[in-house]
Design a protein around this ligand. Structure first.
Ligand SMILES: [Zn+2]
Length: 220
């Protein structure tokens, strides 16, 4: 039996608000563990508008951390992990045991409605999985299934906090949506970066409407 089939899966989750440095941490965690698996597979969200101009970069942050297309075995841009899984099964169809030879990175994981079941399956098959995503939305509610990954007993959970944009506290744990004008209505789910979101500490978030951010009445 090949050594790969005996390998145990592992799950590393990077969660937190916008502007907390999740992407640089994701890149660091991927490259730190790259030698542990034969293949590197990166899954990003197809609706992402983030583009920092790096040629050939499939993951990039404003700080300059990036993963290049040439550095990975397979790169996928998806709206659903169900569709992605079908492609993975086709690629590794000779044996699902070979999933144990894969390091899988999933970024912007809050957008994948079927995250939990696929991550569960991957780690059960022995894959090393690194997931990064927002934990809550601009209304302070759980967003997607990133927090649900706690139920899989991750080997490591990395909470990234931002600097509060208003008072500069190091506990900028809350994501807030910017308003262009006071009365506007915004969709609560929006793909965007710093132009659309900021991070605030709990106290400033409670008063976010005073600081130009969307309150409950602005989010639909
Ligand atoms: Zn603050």
């Amino acid at each position: 039996m090949a050594e790969e089939t005996l390998r145990a899966g592992q799950l590393i989750v990077i969660g937190g608000p916008m502007c907390g440095g999740k992407t640089p941490e994701f890149v660091q965690q991927i490259f730190k563990r790259r030698h542990q698996r034969r293949d590197l597979v990166i899954v990003t969200f197809a609706g992402s508008t983030r583009d920092y101009g790096e040629e050939g970069a499939i993951v990039s942050s404003q700080s300059g951390a990036r993963i290049l297309r040439s550095e990975v075995t397979h790169a996928f841009s998806e709206t659903s992990l169900d569709e992605w899984w079908n492609k993975m099964v086709a690629l590794y169809s000779h044996s699902l045991d070979h999933m144990a030879s894969v390091l899988v990175g999933i970024e912007e994981a809050q957008f994948f409605p079927d995250l939990l079941c696929h991550v569960d399956r991957l780690v059960t098959l022995g894959a090393l999985v690194v997931v990064a995503g927002l934990t809550t939305n601009a209304n302070g509610e759980k967003w997607g299934q990133v927090l649900d990954l706690q139920s899989l007993s991750p080997e490591k959970w990395i909470q990234k906090n931002a600097i509060c944009e208003h008072c500069h506290s190091v506990y900028g744990t809350m994501t807030a949506r910017r308003l262009a004008n006071a009365g506007e209505s915004l969709s609560i789910v929006k793909v965007g970066g710093k132009e659309a979101y900021g991070a605030l500490c709990r106290g400033c978030w409670a008063a976010r409407e005073k600081y130009g951010f969307a309150g409950p009445k602005n989010l639909v």
